[in-house]
Each structure stands twice: as structure tokens, then as C-alpha cells.
Design a protein. Structure first.
Length: 156
């Protein structure tokens, strides 16, 4: 066989690698996509390991006092009453009341920076929860809040 006029064993090796190696790579990709829905993300392995370790700890719920905020809704104003519960590690539960004023301030500032329609839209509820978790984590720095449960959100 000649390839551009050159005949060598190197070309046979490259062709064998392509014809034999490519099906194995495609089979590996197909296996991961069919079983997991995506290819493995090796860069997130450390994050997934930390998440697994965090998931093995005992979680507890801490109920915050209700908030009632008056917000602008374009030309009119509206009132929002919010009741939240925080999910934290059980060992941090006794320290959480010390950080409650800072947490409440963070929640109030976060909700005041949102428009009335953003809070009221059910499609944006997940983004609202994620934003609340991030803000609460900043308010309770040594304590890690793993989730926020919105118990009640009343619009008037």
C-alpha cells in the first residue's frame, strides 16, 4: 500500500489505530451517554466527592421567623409574606440562632433587590431558592446552609 508515494509500517499502525481504536472510543461514549445521560466530567470529580461526603452528615431544619415585605410592582406596590426553613448540618444547629439577625438582613436585602414579578413567577422559583441559599451562606459564614425550604409565600 502506498500513501502519497511512501510505503511504511507507520502508516499501517495509524490505520489500524483508527479502524480499531475509533469503535472502542465510540462504544465508550455510547455507554456513558446511555447509562448516565452525559459524558463523565472529570474536572468536577472533587466537587462530587465533597458533595457525597456532605450528604452523609445528618441534616436538621431550622425555622426562621416570617418576613413581611412591601415591594414595588411597577406602578403599584405589593406585600409579600415569606416563611423559610433552612437545612443545615445538625452540629451547626445550636450556633445558627447567633447568626439569625445577619441571615434575616441578607434575605431582606436579596428580596428587596428583586422585582415583585420575579418573586411571584413560579418558573423562577428554583433560581430564587438558589439565590437565597447563596445569600444566606454569606450571612452565616462559618455555617453551611445546604438548602432553603420555602414554606409559605403569600402575595397581597
Amino acid at each position: 500500500m502506498t500513501w502519497n508515494g511512501i510505503h511504511s509500517k507507520w502508516h499501517y499502525f495509524v490505520l489500524a489505530l483508527i479502524y480499531i481504536g475509533a469503535p472502542f472510543v465510540l462504544a465508550w461514549i455510547g455507554y456513558h451517554v446511555s447509562h448516565y445521560g452525559h459524558l463523565p466530567r472529570f474536572s468536577n470529580f472533587k466537587y462530587q466527592l465533597e458533595e457525597f461526603k456532605a450528604g452523609s452528615t445528618v441534616k436538621s431544619l431550622y425555622e426562621l421567623p416570617s418576613l413581611q415585605l412591601t415591594m414595588n410592582a411597577g406602578t403599584s406596590t405589593g406585600t409579600v409574606k415569606v416563611s423559610l426553613t433552612l437545612e443545615v448540618n445538625q452540629k451547626d444547629l445550636t450556633r445558627l440562632p447567633d447568626y439569625e439577625p445577619r441571615i434575616m438582613e441578607r434575605i431582606t436585602l436579596y428580596l428587596r433587590n428583586k422585582s415583585f414579578d420575579d418573586i411571584r413567577d413560579s418558573k423562577r422559583m428554583q433560581a430564587l431558592r438558589e439565590g437565597l441559599v447563596a445569600e444566606i451562606d454569606r450571612g452565616a459564614v462559618p455555617i453551611k446552609v445546604s438548602d432553603v425550604i420555602i414554606k409559605q409565600m403569600v402575595f397581597e
